[in-house]
Design a protein around this ligand. Structure first.
Ligand SMILES: Cc1cc2nc3c(=O)[nH]c(=O)nc-3n(C[C@H](O)[C@H](O)[C@H](O)COP(=O)(O)OP(=O)(O)OC[C@H]3O[C@@H](n4cnc5c(N)ncnc54)[C@H](O)[C@@H]3O)c2cc1C
Length: 510
């Protein structure tokens, strides 16, 4: 945790400012002896977590009168104007658990999302590519505390969520709320004791700098009674607070894409039921998941080695589609072979692709998979991308006048689709903590007030992050050896015990 005096000596300064990009401007614009603009809550980061917190604070009668500000480097005007055709989907999609959807409904944000673009699913098929053992998760009243949300999860584009949250915040009026978009936090340090003004010596004071695209000039310095870091994995707020993180890089990438499916999802479940599929591919570095979107589309998350990700990204659309279909159907040996096939020198879009013909031939010699998803027949242009997968966990989520939420506090492997859900859990908990402090006349920035938040969230997030990490390691042991035997046995036992599955699903709710 940061000692108050140490931060004053070693303030956080962003790399571009250290190298001098903003130095001239800051010297020109800021007068350190002049008292900064004071806010009750300043949130750095306008991603799902930061905007979720702002929307929650605005929704509660206890906290809606707080003076709040949000600072975001990117252009939130673009996020407000985000609009895609109903047959097109962003490649950044998250599976929101019923608990996250219920929270968004409670703060009045869900009705601001375009729910025609969101897709619920009620079943999830998960199986081991080496041993074929599997587990089926389905919604049932026994396993879910949310009876009005009969789903395992709801697939929602992150951009739809962000736009909906911005719209919810706008609907709450502009009194007491300032959003500084196209604005970066260039440095954070403890303030000073102003002889004729407030004593801000223990308060974080942020220096703001407009990015090139800023339409209006933000204030140069703002002070926060409570500074919230919702500023992602490289959180400047976390560095200012001197909060250590533990973690590692998985040396894996998550390949994402928007896909179209050949047939409606016709599996042996009741009509209207949608299914998500995940197959663990131990010899290729991680699982491949196909999650449903509206209008017979699906989103792909294929966690694999950096080399495989680069290979997949370099394929023609036809070859990429063949690889995705193969990933859910072929034995590991065939799949590994196809992952090493030479790519055609020229675009083979007019000809039969060699991956496609290889898949057709191999499928003739492979018993049909009983639980494979519908065949993929299209990939949306420009939607194939890859993101590095990492694990990080902050040693605490609070320090005097500072709280961390979302990826600033924890980043986990996406194999259980929980990262953003944990962030929503943080936001629900922190907004409740602030509400409690306001209601009881406490200082919202005091660690005594904030302790409730870290106590409620740290262990829960550590547990879920740890389980995802353990699953990643367990399902990266290739071959049919004792580890494969053990994990198959475990999976099949759990599959036969509904109460254990119910317990797992409730715990995955965070
Ligand atoms: C391949 C993949 C698939 C995933 N799938 C799922 C899923 O199915 N379900 C799920 O729950 N999660 C999923 N996740 C995780 C999820 O995407 C993240 O947890 C979530 O987006 C994090 O949101 P956030 O608001 O905490 O952080 P971010 O979205 O990173 O937002 C941080 C914001 O802070 C801003 N910022 C940073 N520094 C500054 C600064 N100095 N000044 C001003 N602003 C600043 C940034 O511009 C950014 O907008 C997945 C992740 C990956 C990689």
């Amino acid at each position: 945790m940061r000692p108050i005096t140490r931060s004053a000596l070693r303030p956080y300064v962003c790399p571009s400012c250290r190298s001098g990009r903003f130095v001239g401007r800051r010297r020109f614009g800021s007068k350190p002896d002049q008292a900064p603009d004071v806010y009750d809550v300043v949130c750095v980061g306008g991603g799902p977590a930061g905007l979720g917190l702002l929307a929650a604070l605005r929704a509660s009668p206890l906290t809606s009168k707080l003076r709040v500000a949000l600072v975001e480097t990117q252009d939130l005007q673009k996020a407000r104007a985000w609009n895609l055709d109903s047959q097109q989907f962003s490649n950044r999609v998250s599976s929101l658990t019923p608990s996250s959807v219920s929270f968004l409904q409670k703060i009045g944000a869900w009705e601001h999302l375009d729910t025609d673009r969101a897709q619920e699913y009620q079943e999830m098929q998960v199986w081991d590519g080496e041993t074929d053992s599997r587990i089926t998760f389905d919604w049932s009243a026994d396993s879910s505390p949310f009876e009005n949300l009969p789903t395992v999860a709801t697939m929602t584009e992150n951009a739809n969520l962000v736009r909906g949250l911005l719209s919810r915040i706008a609907a709450s009026g502009d009194e007491n709320v300032s959003i500084f978009s196209n604005t970066t936090v260039s440095s954070i340090e403890n303030g000073t004791d102003h002889p004729d003004g407030p004593d801000l010596s223990a308060w974080p004071v942020l220096s703001l700098a407009p990015t090139g695209a800023a339409q209006s000039q933000p204030p140069t310095r703002i002070a926060a009674r409570l500074l919230v870091g919702a500023d992602g994995i490289n959180s400047p707020v976390r560095r200012f607070a001197d909060i250590a993180t533990e973690g590692w890089d998985y040396n894996r990438h998550g390949v994402v894409a928007t896909l179209s499916l050949a047939d409606p999802d016709q599996v042996a479940f009741p009509i209207g039921t949608r299914t998500a599929y995940q197959r663990f591919l131990p010899s290729l570095g991680g699982p491949v998941a196909l999650l449903p979107l509206p209008n017979n589309h699906a989103t792909l998350v294929w966690s694999t080695t950096v080399e495989n990700a680069a290979y997949l990204k370099s394929l023609s659309p036809k070859a990429f589609i063949a690889m995705v279909n193969a990933a859910f159907r072929l034995p590991m040996t065939d799949l590994k072979y196809m992952m090493r096939m030479e790519r055609p020198a020229t675009s083979a879009s007019d000809y039969e692709d060699s991956h496609e013909s290889e898949l057709t031939w191999r499928l003739q010699h492979t018993p049909p998979a009983s639980h494979a998803p519908p065949m993929v027949n299209g990939v949306q242009e420009g939607s194939v991308a890859a993101f590095p997968l990492r694990f990080r966990h902050a040693s605490t989520y609070i320090s005097p006048r500072v709280a961390l939420v979302g990826d600033a506090a924890h980043v986990i492997h996406p194999l259980a689709g929980q990262g953003l859900n944990l962030g929503m859990g943080d936001v629900a908990s922190l907004s409740k903590t602030i509400e409690y402090a306001v209601d009881h006349g406490m200082d919202i920035g005091d660690t005594l007030s904030l302790e409730r938040y870290t106590a409620e969230r740290w262990a829960v997030n550590a547990k879920i992050g740890g389980v995802c990490d353990m699953l990643h390691k367990l399902y990266n042991v290739p071959g049919q050896g004792p580890v494969a035997w053990g994990r198959s046995l475990g999976l099949e036992i759990i599959d036969r015990l509904p109460f254990v599955k119910g317990f797992l699903m409730k715990n995955a709710e965070g």
